[in-house]
Design a protein around this ligand. Structure first.
Ligand code: NDP
Length: 412
């Protein structure tokens, strides 16, 4: 079918590349390009010998000219951006210059401000449309599958969705007192920011981790979860007609929260440069360097993730609720692709999203969030490629808990 240029060779890219190689009918040829070429070569060494032809390259994705040269040389049908959110715009610029489709799993965030939003990427809409190419934004799990779940719920079960709660539960245990499951810098920037949710057309801001709820997750059990701002809230608030409220909750264990708070209190999560022994260092980047590499957590993580969306709305004038979720087992993922479930649940949808564009199933020029496409073929592929989903038409709602459990509990 075609060729994909994959940028990045970290945790998520490793899974996506395994899956591209499994899906060799679509991915006949891939080029793995990243800052550290040895990581690309290691992945090639592991996966070579199948039907997909694999090449590797060194690229600094902050440099548009380098990217353009690489795209012109390899001539891919799509560029899969699995590097960091900081590289989104340079890669989009290179795609525009070469008229190549684009996809990513996280929205742009400037390196010097912990503020992510779609504004910068939505600004490319007209230029992508004119160039006749597609940019698929946010094709991981959340954002990604959560947007596909929302489009699917609206298409098949509701006339109008009024409330969405996205529940991201990681019931896994890696045995360390503190480690992050994906890039520590990105993860800590996300969870140490203020919480935010959307209600009746307005954004309501909370302190970090201010709102806590308990939930009993299928195949995982009872967990505490906290309201966070998450990027898909921004696009879903716009793309779901009639929506009254959308929130995002993520589970965290007490040990993770205690360590995070202590690190924050001593200034280790700051992105303000400081001078140390005559050298400028960014505390959060230093912290990243001493924390376990997320890729090393694979063999030691046990337990399951459960991520999904609970919808409440109307069908034929009647109230209706619907919960759709995926459960993923860390050890099963490790056995299959050598990574834990957090990378797996992101890498699989990245491959599927790219395949949707390459096969022409999703084919419209412009810049689109994932919920703007037909969800059906994507939902089918999730079942096929390792992320089967479960439906519950009578779910327990997030706020259906005793008042006591709903009280916000500040972590100091
Ligand atoms: P990693 O840190 O493991 O990998 C990032 C990769 O990008 C590394 O190979 C790194 O190279 C490479 N890279 C970084 N900067 C550059 C650059 N300037 N030029 C070329 N390559 C570069 O991150 P993850 O795999 O955990 O995450 C990848 C992406 O997925 C992130 O954007 C993250 O936000 C997103 N994500 C999305 C989720 C979702 O559900 N939507 C969930 C989890 C993650 P090097 O090896 O040299 O450092």
């Amino acid at each position: 079918m075609g060729k994909a240029l994959i940028i990045g060779a970290g945790g998520v890219a490793a899974v996506a590349i395994h899956k591209c190689v499994q899906n060799s009918e679509v991915f006949e040829e891939i080029c793995i390009a990243s800052r550290t070429k040895s990581k690309c070569d290691d992945l090639k060494a592991k996966l070579d010998g199948g039907k997909t032809k694999i090449t590797t390259a060194q690229v600094n994705a902050d440099n548009v000219d380098e990217l353009i040269a690489l795209i012109n040389e390899f001539k891919p049908d799509i560029v899969m951006n699995l590097a960091l959110p900081y590289q989104d715009l340079t890669i989009m610029d290179a795609c525009l210059a070469t008229k190549t489709h684009y996809m990513d799993t996280a929205n742009y965030e400037p390196e010097d401000t912990a503020k992510f939003e779609y504004k910068w990427q939505w600004d490319y809409r007209e230029r992508f449309e004119k160039a006749g190419i597609t940019a698929l934004l946010g094709s991981g799990f959340d954002p990604g599958v959560t947007g596909v779940f929302s489009a699917y719920a609206l298409k098949h079960y509701f006339d109008e969705i009024e409330y969405i709660d996205i529940l991201d539960c990681n019931g896994g245990d890696h045995g360390y007192p503190f480690a992050t499951n994906f890039n520590p810098e990105i993860n800590i920037r996300e969870v140490s920011a203020n919480g935010r949710y959307w209600e009746n057309g307005e954004w309501i801001e909370t302190k970090p981790m201010e709102i806590k709820r308990g939930y009993n997750f299928a195949q995982v059990g009872e967990k505490d979860m906290y309201l966070l701002y998450h990027e898909e809230l921004e696009s879903l608030a716009q793309n779901m007609p009639g929506l009254k409220r959308i929130r995002f909750f993520m589970t965290f264990g007490p040990s993770y929260l205690m360590h995070l708070k202590a690190l924050e209190n001593v200034g280790m999560t700051s992105i303000e440069p400081i001078e140390y022994e005559g050298k400028q260092i960014i505390p959060l980047q230093f912290l990243k360097a001493i924390l376990p590499d997320p890729a090393s957590l694979g063999p030691r993580t046990v337990g399951k993730t459960n991520i999904g969306c609970i919808f409440k709305g109307k069908k034929d004038g009647q109230d209706k609720t619907y919960y759709v979720y995926n459960v993923c087992d860390h050890q099963e993922c490790y056995k299959e692709v050598g990574s834990q479930a957090v990378s797996y649940t992101t890498g699989v949808p990245a491959m599927i999203g790219a395949a949707m564009v390459m096969t022409g199933k999703w084919n419209k020029p412009g810049v689109f969030n994932i919920e703007e496409f037909d969800p059906d073929p994507f939902m089918e592929e999730l079942n096929k490629w390792g992320l089967p989903w479960v439906e519950d038409f009578n779910p327990v709602l997030v706020d259906a808990l005793p008042e006591e459990a709903k009280k916000p509990e500040l972590v100091r």
